[in-house]
Design a protein around this ligand. Structure first.
Ligand code: SF4
Length: 282
């Protein structure tokens, strides 16, 4: 078996790299450069990037370089990804949003990437389902955006299979105990979310909750309780779901009720629509 690569050579499957405007969370409206990775074991019903779920052995990454978009083999070293990031910025370096998929599937890659992106801030977008991986990469994250998910919006997870001995393995553990599993039961989800919230509670971080028209205000009570208990100083961004891919937008009253429930718990709450949809940017 081949020796595993590490450092700048550690690889992850890149779906796309592009410059755009952040549409959600604490940095909404900020021009950023986005690195989207393949691979997500979760199955959110309102997922707008289901094409990112599977980890391909072979596929192409879309590199929206300033000089013109092109395709490249998706498995990229951290060094290669850092070069693509620089190519996609139209001007001065931007903060880097690493998204997916679930980028925590590739902790070694994130650790290797940070020293290669110069002074760029690294912002991690994660579902907050894998606290072991989050704990490993926190030191290289300048901001963490935790997307909290009501169980009713989730279908059963599909674990990512091993890819290839020479490629990185999703959610690989350092201690040989096997990859980190995704939560399945209500209790496992609660434990995972609470652990992730505690990890970021005193850091540059925020929490996000998507409110879809399929939910009732009481469906969010558990998430709000966990936030109050584990990370009460984080700002909570409520995102009314955009009505695309069969997802229903929430009624105004539902969003207002959830915001009021957050205020009842002394949480700082902001209601912000998906600005990238309004601006029609990727
Ligand atoms: S965690 Fe993100 S990529 Fe994964 S299913 Fe949910 S919304 Fe989609």
């Amino acid at each position: 078996m081949s020796a595993r690569v590490s450092g700048p050579s550690v690889r992850a499957p890149v779906l796309e790299v592009f410059a755009s405007i952040q549409g959600e969370g604490a940095f909404v409206g900020e021009p950023q450069v986005f690195l989207r990775l393949f691979g997500c074991p979760l199955r959110c019903r309102w997922c707008d990037t289901p094409g990112s779920w599977k980890v391909p052995a072979q596929a192409e990454a879309r590199i929206a370089a300033s000089a013109g978009a092109r395709r490249e083999p998706c498995w990229a070293s951290a060094f290669q990804a850092a070069c693509w990031i620089a190519e996609c910025e139209p001007g001065n370096p931007r903060s880097l949003s690493v998204t997916g998929g679930e980028p925590l599937a590739w902790p070694d890659f994130l650790l290797a990437l940070k020293p290669l992106v110069g002074g760029r801030r690294l912002h991690l977008e994660t579902a907050g389902a894998h606290p072991r991986a989050l704990a490993r990469v926190l030191s290289v994250c300048d901001h963490v955006s935790l997307d909290l998910k009501p169980e009713l919006d989730l279908d059963e997870p599909q674990e990512l299979p091993p890819v290839d001995a020479e490629l990185a393995q999703p959610f690989r553990a350092l201690d040989g105990s096997g990859p980190e599993r995704s939560p399945r039961t209500r209790e496992e989800w609660k434990r995972a979310r609470e652990a992730c919230l505690r990890l970021v509670a005193a850091r540059d971080a925020c929490a996000k909750i998507v409110v879809s028209g399929a939910r009732e205000a009481r469906d969010f009570a558990g998430l709000l309780d966990e936030l109050e208990e584990c990370a009460p100083s984080l700002t909570l961004y409520l995102t009314p779901a955009t009505p695309i891919h069969g997802v229903r937008a929430p009624a105004r009253e539902l969003v207002e009720n959830v915001a009021e429930m957050a205020r009842d718990r002394d949480l700082r709450v902001r209601v912000v629509p998906q600005v990238h949809r309004v601006l029609a940017v990727p």
